[in-house]
Each structure stands twice: as structure tokens, then as C-alpha cells.
Design a protein around this ligand. Structure first.
Ligand code: FES
Length: 96
């Protein structure tokens, strides 16, 4: 899974770098280093909507440190589980 985090000026002001750090921490926490790549994007075209990320060609916005964990579980972990049904999320730990 490729995740592009917008670091354009508007998203930068709204906390892109905090989101990048949270993304890195959670990828490590769930041992997803081999399954998730993160990269910066310049502008995803929805500047007024908060920090935006692009996952699987879908742009998702309104991501802030306060709702990051919900976003990560509901988007990243869920999509990975759908892609590989052998993975089970249990109590916050990813089990193969
Ligand atoms: S600056 Fe992030 S969508 Fe434009």
C-alpha cells in the first residue's frame, strides 16, 4: 500500500509533519514496514479540507492528530485486512 501525505503549504500549516510522524510510528507499531510505503505529495487539490492523504488513488482529508488513530484503524488497517484476509487485528496488535 502506498500512502502519499500532502505537504503542500495549506496541509503543512495544518500539521502534515505530525501526521507523517504518527504514520511512521503506527507503521512500526503494527510491523507494517514491508506492506506500507509512505511518501510526500505536493498538493492533492483539496487545500481547504485539512491534512490530506492519498491511498489507493483515493484522496482522504480532514486528518489531524486528534483523529489520526481512528483514521489509521478504519482506513489503513481495514484495507490491509481486506487485501489479505489472513491478517487479524486483535486488541490493536496485528497478528499474521
Ligand atoms: S496543500 Fe494539501 S491538498 Fe493542497
Amino acid at each position: 500500500m502506498d500512502i502519499y501525505i500532502c505537504v503542500g503549504s495549506s496541509c503543512h500549516l495544518k500539521g502534515s509533519y505530525e501526521i507523517i510522524n504518527l504514520m511512521k510510528e503506527n507503521i512500526k507499531k503494527y510491523s507494517l514496514e514491508d506492506r506500507v510505503n509512505i511518501a510526500a505529495a505536493v498538493c492533492l487539490g483539496k487545500c481547504t479540507d485539512g491534512v490530506c492523504v492519498k491511498i489507493d488513488n483515493e484522496v482522504l482529508c480532514g486528518i489531524f492528530p486528534e483523529n489520526f488513530h481512528e483514521f489509521f484503524k478504519e482506513t489503513v488497517l481495514k484495507r490491509l485486512n481486506l487485501q489479505n484476509k489472513q491478517d487479524v487485528v486483535c486488541g490493536g496488535d496485528l497478528i499474521d
